[in-house]
Ligand binder design. Structure first.
Ligand code: PEP
Ligand code: MG
Length: 762
């Protein structure tokens, strides 16, 4: 109760608002040495005196989930280590559950109140409890109580939260309890857990958890010089704001920046409540980093529970802002973190270039709490061949730095602190998988020829420079689909002409004997750029995307074509357009290529030695106009991912419907047959570049339909080649033909039987 303060206390507390003096006293108590229980006792005494509370108690969570009274000033001393509450029980349980403070005028009238006679708490009415938060997770509760019926002031709540944060770090850092005691404290979850998510990048990995946002070290919590710390924070906030302002200015007038996103950042970075919370925390004696940690914990505790997607999105923005601020505080230098040799990176989500900043040779896997298979992190993880499982709800709060973790992308699961038997079984699976990979690697230089002598070209899908490192290992003969938009998606800003040209040049030089097929920007739909203006669309997959966008805003497409022609520099060039839906669109797109070639020639530059321009077949309408399209094209490529989505009217990004319809079904196979027949009749080279080309059973069906050029994710090449070496085209062709007339919804089972009967190595 403030009114009971001595005059000197009032003076000191009004001169320096916040718990600075209190934090200093706590630090002195810690430094004094002595048995840990005594230290805890003096900490609660110090807090009680400073807050003018008659009671101050610390409850910590045991590994069993029970909350135990660890120290108290004001309640019965006998109750220490005796009073225990079940998970969720009493006011303390309520605070743990909510992760938020509880400020009550009269504790006993709260519905969650649970009376514990042994504590002697009956006379105390006013109650203020705050969670001890570490990384957004409550590990205990700090409570102050008074006899009077009153509500604690906002400032009291603020101060107690700051003290609680410092205590949480001290407990975790072993400063307040000895090692033996700590063992049984639920500082971090100990039990093994298994979380179900979504597969973002295939593979298996076992290693130790590395948190993308590392918690602030306990030793770096309290500032030695508050004034200097305030100045540091001020400088970091200023440079953060300047950076965001620069990002906005840098994009003005270009392709229409997403002012929505950047403006939200700017608004948050300039928001007074955010900066005031940070300043208050520093003013109270915390370091700037600890202040960021505290403000972050508060946001998470508050917004993390929100069901409203808008609010959750704001939390995401704030997280990003806090991360950025930490980077500014560290002078940007702390980016390159040293990883343990078998690191599994844990993050809520990752920004465009984050993953590329880690040492690939030590990174074994990636687990994300959020994200989508089309998110940046997932794209880069696939390109780097790093197993990744995403959409793991509650992940960040359930795993601590150094925990052992399993990434099982085959079953889209994560195991946290797995039991030894799980590790053993998993290790066996990893060995088997590695053996299979080694067997595929041995086939690397073997040509993909069927038993009856038919050659199949196996190409790789790529999109980033890192893909080129993998290409020689796979034995791919070239790049059948280079997704140029990936460079745009993993950048913070629109890649300039020079950057585009350099990448295309590297791709052309490293693509192998069959060269590279560049697909022009396929943006829109599920591929949105944070720095590009995108209007909200009701149905983005059916909206303004791919070549539609390119034709309506030709500046971007022309710049890209110019970069491609410049990169070819007299070599051959193959370009194709995504989601061509009408013949006119192809005509218009092709005209842009011709225009750019003429432009280059006028400038005295060498045109490509050989130019091939193609269309992707992804929109069903085009299938019934191939007679008009094919004479205009040099080649076509079937994008089965989108074709499947549009034919079955099933969103490829929606897990509820994405796998509902089978590509190995009569309608889909008939469509593929018709495309193939039309191409054969007009003599147009055709390939398949959707994911299905990389699955052995699906590839078998494609070969049976007459396709002999398949482009796929790098991991598909080995298994598909092994299958090809074992098949007889005539036998599979004859076997598949009647299935196209089947009345079944899927003929997958029949194709599997056919493969078994004809001894196909799947
Ligand atoms: C496809 O749609 O099949 C395709 C290869 O393109 P993307 O997956 O990039 O849309
Ligand atoms: Mg597509």
């Amino acid at each position: 109760m403030r009114e009971l303060m001595s005059s000197s206390q009032i003076l000191s507390s009004s001169a320096i608002r916040g718990p600075r003096t209190l934090l200093r006293q706590i630090r002195e108590t810690m430094g004094a040495g002595g048995p840990t229980q005594e230290k805890l006792g003096s900490v609660v005494r110090t807090i009680a005196a400073s807050m003018v509370a008659e009671v101050c108690s610390i409850y910590l969570r045991r590994a069993s989930g029970e909350m135990e009274l660890f120290a108290t000033e004001g309640l019965a001393a006998d109750a220490v280590h005796v009073t225990r509450m079940k998970p969720g029980e009493g006011l303390v349980g309520e605070i743990m559950r909510q992760g938020r403070p509880l400020n009550l005028m009269d504790a006993a009238s709260h519905p969650a109140f649970s009376f514990r006679p042994e504590t002697g708490e009956a006379p105390f009415h006013a109650f203020l409890g705050v969670p001890l938060l570490r990384g957004g997770r409550a590990i205990g509760v700090l409570v102050v109580q008074n006899r009077a019926t009153r509500v604690y002031a906002e400032d009291d709540v603020e101060d107690l939260q700051i003290v609680a944060m410092v205590l949480a770090e001290m407990v975790a850092g072993g400063d307040l309890l000895d090692r033996e005691e700590l063992k049984d404290i639920e500082l971090a979850p100990h039990r093994s857990e298994r979380l179900k998510g979504a597969k973002f990048s295939d593979g298996l990995a076992l290693g130790v958890a590395v948190l993308h946002e590392a918690p602030v070290q306990a030793g770096r919590l309290l500032a030695d010089d508050v004034g200097a710390e305030e100045a540091r924070l001020g400088r970091a906030v200023d440079s953060l704001r300047a950076q965001i302002d620069g990002m906005i200015e840098g994009h003005e007038g270009l392709v229409g920046p997403t002012f929505d996103v950047l403006e939200t950042y700017r608004m948050l970075a300039h928001s007074r409540s955010w900066t005031r919370s940070l300043q208050d925390a520093v003013h109270s004696g915390l370091t700037a980093e600890a202040a960021v940690g505290r403000v972050r914990s508060e946001h998470r505790a508050g917004l993390g529970q929100a069901r409203d997607p808008y609010l959750r999105e704001r939390l995401h923005d704030l997280e990003d802002l806090n991360d950025r601020l930490l980077r500014h505080l560290s002078g940007d230098g702390a980016k390159a973190r040293v990883l343990p040799p078998d690191a599994i990176l844990i993050a809520r989500n990752l920004g465009p270039a984050d993953l590329l900043e880690y040492d690939r040779s030590r990174l074994r896997g990636l687990l994300l709490e959020e994200g989508s298979p089309a998110s940046h992190a997932a794209i880069v993880a696939r390109a780097m061949d790093i197993p990744c499982v995403g959409r793991l709800e509650g992940l960040r709060d359930r795993v601590s730095e150094g925990d052992s973790v399993i990434v099982d992308a085959e079953s889209a699961e994560a195991y946290l602190r797995p039991r030894p038997d799980v590790v053993k079984a998993f290790t066996t699976r990893m060995v088997v998988r590695a053996q299979r990979r080694a067997a595929f690697a041995r086939l690397r230089d073997t040509p993909a020829i069927t038993r009856d002598g038919g050659a199949v070209s196996l190409l790789m899908n790529a999109g980033l420079a890192v893909d080129l490192d993998i290409l020689p290992e796979t034995g791919a003969q070239g790049i059948g689909l280079f997704r140029t938009e990936f460079q745009f998606m993993v950048s913070d800003a629109l890649p300039k002409f020079q950057a585009q040209r350099e990448l295309y040049d590297r791709v052309l030089s490293g693509a192998g004997p069959l060269g590279a097929t560049f697909r022009t920007l396929d943006l829109g739909g599920d591929k949105v750029l944070p720095y590009m203006h995108a209007e909200r669309e009701e149905n983005p997959a059916l909206g303004w995307r791919a070549v539609r966008m390119g034709l309506d805003r030709p500046a971007l497409l022309r710049l890209q074509l110019r970069a491609l022609i410049a990169a070819a520099d007299g070599r051959s060039l193959r370009v194709m357009f995504p989601l061509v839906t009408s013949v006119d669109e192809f005509r218009a797109a092709r005209a842009l290529v011709d225009r750019e070639i003429a432009w280059a020639v006028r400038r005295g530059r060498s045109p490509p030695a050989r130019l091939e321009v193609g269309a992707m077949i992804e929109a069903p309408a085009l299938i019934w106009h191939l007679d008009a399209l094919l004479p205009l094209t040099d080649f076509v490529s079937v994008g089965t991912n989108d074709l499947n989505q549009y034919l079955f009217a099933a969103d490829r990004g929606n897990p509820r419907v994405a796998d509902r319809y089978d590509t190995l079904s009569p309608p889909f196979l008939r469509v593929l047959r018709d495309i193939r027949d039309a191409c054969a009749a007009s003599g147009t080279p055709v390939s398949v570049c959707g994911e299905m080309a990389g699955r052995p059973l699906e590839a078998l069906a494609l070969i049976a339909l007459g396709y002999d050029r398949l482009s796929m994710p790098p991991t598909g090449i080995g298994p598909v080649k092994q299958m090809i070496l074992s098949i007889d085209r005539d036998a599979v062709r004859r076997g598949l033909a009647p299935m196209l007339a089947s009345t079944a919804g899927s003929v997958r089972g029949e194709i599997e039987t056919l493969a078994r009967k004809t001894a196909v190595d799947l």
